[in-house]
Design a protein around this ligand. Structure first.
Ligand SMILES: C[S@@+](CC[C@H](N)C(=O)[O-])C[C@H]1O[C@@H](n2cnc3c(N)ncnc32)[C@H](O)[C@@H]1O
Length: 315
């Protein structure tokens, strides 16, 4: 189908023109109004396949994803600064306008994780691209994985110092949340200690960059460890990069879930396969997620069905 004439695509291009003309993407009435319009335009289920867009609109999409990422970072930084001024920041998270979205997204990710690691609670989780307001780690640690330690990686030192400020006064999370300031591409053997690695939607802003990060994680994560990724589907792919199962070399894709409500990101869960050219010598098996016999006929049978489901979903 030729998407250029599609009214939704036309609306996205109009909004791009206005957003790209803004002086600043810091939270303001105009910025909030334009991004709210953009999200409301892209949210409804849509048959749009962004791989079929013409070159001009592909370029608009790539620039728009970057603008959305910049605005999201500025929004999170803005509210993290306000929250950091409270005595107990974690008691006031609901001042963040998208807090309920994170509650729903984190519950969705926890439910999907539980389904594929049903007999085991992860001991160590890494969140890559945690940002100045690491709500996924905070929500998971507070409500779902209440004994798990969370290692948050962010390339931006100011993001980590703001994030640390939010949890340092909490007796529980201050003991279970850790922050590492580094490019994830520079983290190697430490990655093999994590039972689960979450990859933020905004780490790897285009396909090539995303695949480079995924290949790096495939090289150093422990066999059997779980990778949770955020992707996008339909018109939501104008807001975030898309992760396709074929991008996940070195992993076995367990499921892909496309929400249709106000949770914008699709969720992809995959498990590091035990034998891959990427495997680093003598990898330490993280824990029970890898104790599952990766090649037991039953498991393969179940996985095959789920992968077939994936094929159905994606066809
Ligand atoms: C603003 S946060 C938003 C996270 C968002 N809530 C999500 O789930 O995608 C994204 C963070 O990723 C960080 N980031 C981007 N590339 C990175 C990399 N290669 N290594 C570590 N952090 C990175 C940015 O500094 C930014 O703070």
């Amino acid at each position: 189908m030729v998407w250029e004439k599609d009214p939704l695509v036309q609306k996205v291009c109009e909004l791009y023109d206005q957003i790209s003309s803004l002086e600043s993407l810091k939270p303001s009435k105009d910025v909030n109004m334009l991004f709210t319009q953009l999200v409301l335009t892209c949210m409804p289920p849509s048959p749009i396949d962004v791989t079929k867009l013409c070159k001009r609109i592909q370029e608009i999409r790539f620039k728009l994803i970057r603008l959305c990422g910049e605005a999201e970072g500025l929004l999170e930084s803005h509210f993290s600064t306000i929250l950091g001024s409270y005595e107990n920041p974690l008691h006031h998270l609901n001042i963040f306008p998208y807090y309920s979205n994170y509650l729903k997204l984190s519950l969705l990710e926890f439910d999907i994780l539980k389904k594929h690691c049903s007999d085991y609670v992860p001991i160590k989780v890494a969140f890559v691209g945690s940002g100045p307001l690491p709500l996924t780690s905070i929500v998971l640690a507070s409500f779902h994985l209440t004994t798990t330690s969370f290692h948050n990686y962010d390339i931006d030192p100011s993001a980590n110092s703001k994030a640390l400020q939010l949890v340092s006064s909490d007796p529980d999370l201050s003991e279970r949340m850790f922050f590492h300031t580094t490019d994830i591409m520079d983290v190697t053997y430490a990655l093999k200690d994590y039972d689960v690695v979450f990859l933020a939607a905004l780490v790897g802003m285009d396909k090539d960059a995303k695949v480079r990060v995924i290949d790096h994680l495939a090289k150093y994560m422990a066999p059997g460890a779980v990778l949770m990724l955020r992707s996008a589907h339909g018109a939501r792919a104008f807001l975030y990069p898309v992760v396709d199962p074929c991008d996940l070399t070195g992993f076995e894709v367990l499921s892909v879930f496309h929400p249709t409500d106000e949770v914008i990101n699709s969720v992809v869960i995959a498990r590091k396969v035990p034998t891959t050219k990427h495997t680093v010598e003598n990898p330490k098996l993280p824990n029970k997620c890898s104790d599952i016999d990766m090649f037991s006929p039953l498991l393969n049978h179940v996985n095959l069905i789920e992968e077939l489901d994936i094929e159905d979903q994606l066809s």
